[in-house]
Design a protein around this ligand. Structure first.
Ligand SMILES: Cc1cc2nc3c(=O)[nH]c(=O)nc-3n(C[C@H](O)[C@H](O)[C@H](O)COP(=O)(O)OP(=O)(O)OC[C@H]3O[C@@H](n4cnc5c(N)ncnc54)[C@H](O)[C@@H]3O)c2cc1C
Length: 301
């Protein structure tokens, strides 16, 4: 049975969010797209007061580019479809993850804030943002900001580094932003997931990658992040170390795939066995190194 209907309040500014979070005990839940929260409520989550933060999207852009640092601040309260449109060619990992995310209907509601705070190791924007080197911009009860590297924000399944009265306003991705080539090479990135079906599927496994490729084919600044293979999304440090500074030959690709297991701790669950996930993890990295371009597939089924 559903819990009693909550009272829904609609803060118009970030300051109102802080005030309303402090004014109620127990602390209200933020309601963004509602695509996780409403499912949790059907499963029995009780929340007397919800703060609907969708109105905050009107007061800031979905994506803001900082001219001085060349970093990119991405809203945590805008729908993913607005974020994807505003990103243009920037942050290829995140663009590709949003392409693979659920369906148009869900992308028009779901937010990065909800995806991060749910704390799911299968959340699709998380590997994409981790591979892109994102930090999380947390608003404190006093209205000031603290930034947390995304890897530190993820504490465990359904656990993130958010204290009482805190919420996530945005994530910031450092420069370089675009795929334009320079002496350091061309920035490449992408995201692939394995699900039980082609759309509306929770990831059985996902991989986001970002690196620079120089004219002679060598990779640098290699970042690989894998979802649904450990209590949190993880970096594949051993494979990254093998690939750094090298051109991915068939031998190196096989060696990198062979060490993926060092950084993952998959479990058996209702979606897949740990053994299947281990095989897929190695196979997905092999596939990505062989054909790193993300293929756009028909998602709007
Ligand atoms: C049919 C369907 C398909 C789905 N497919 C995918 C998929 O392909 N990939 C995937 O990763 N997920 C998927 N999901 C899960 C869900 O859509 C995502 O996790 C989504 O990003 C949640 O965002 P939201 O804005 O809807 O969050 P909400 O449901 O509004 O909130 C989720 C939680 O985060 C908290 N919260 C929300 N925003 C903030 C904030 N800014 N600061 C602090 N706390 C906050 C809420 O209080 C709540 O506890 C799917 C869900 C459904 C129903």
């Amino acid at each position: 049975m559903n819990p009693a209907p909550p009272r829904v309040l609609r803060p118009g500014t970030a300051g109102d969010v802080a005030t309303l979070l402090a004014a109620h005990t127990p602390q209200p839940r933020l309601l963004a797209g509602g695509t996780d929260l409403l499912v949790q409520r059907r499963a029995g989550l009780d929340a007397a007061v919800l703060l609907d933060v969708t109105g905050l999207a009107g007061s800031a852009p979905a994506v803001a580019r900082d001219a001085a640092s060349a970093s990119l601040t991405i809203s945590a309260v805008h729908p993913l479809s607005d974020v994807a449109s505003a990103l243009g060619d920037d942050v290829a990992t995140l663009r590709a993850a949003i392409d693979e995310f659920a369906s148009t209907t869900i992308r028009n509601r779901a937010t990065i804030g909800g995806n991060l705070v749910t704390g799911s190791p299968a959340a699709d924007t998380v590997p994409a943002l981790l591979a892109a080197g994102a930090v999380v911009d947390v608003v404190t009860p006093e209205g000031s900001r603290r930034t947390v590297p995304l890897a530190d924000f993820l504490l465990g399944p359904r656990r993130v580094d958010l204290g009482a009265g805190e919420w996530v306003a945005s994530v910031t991705v450092p420069a370089p932003l675009s795929g334009g080539g320079d002496a350091a090479g061309v920035l490449e990135g992408g995201f692939r997931k394995i699900g039980g079906r082609r759309a509306q599927a929770i990831s059985l496994l996902s991989l986001a990658w970002q690196w620079r490729r120089t004219a002679d084919g060598r990779l640098s600044d290699v970042r690989l992040a894998m979802g649904a293979v450990a209590p949190t999304v993880v970096r594949l440090a051993a494979a990254e170390a093998l690939l750094e500074g090298e051109a991915p030959t068939a031998e190196l690709t096989a060696a990198a795939a062979a060490v993926v297991g060092e950084d993952i701790r998959p479990i058996d669950d209702l979606r897949a066995s740990a053994a299947y996930r281990r095989r897929c993890a190695a196979g997905l990295l092999r596939e990505v190194l062989a054909t790193p371009r993300t293929t756009t597939r028909e998602k709007d089924l």
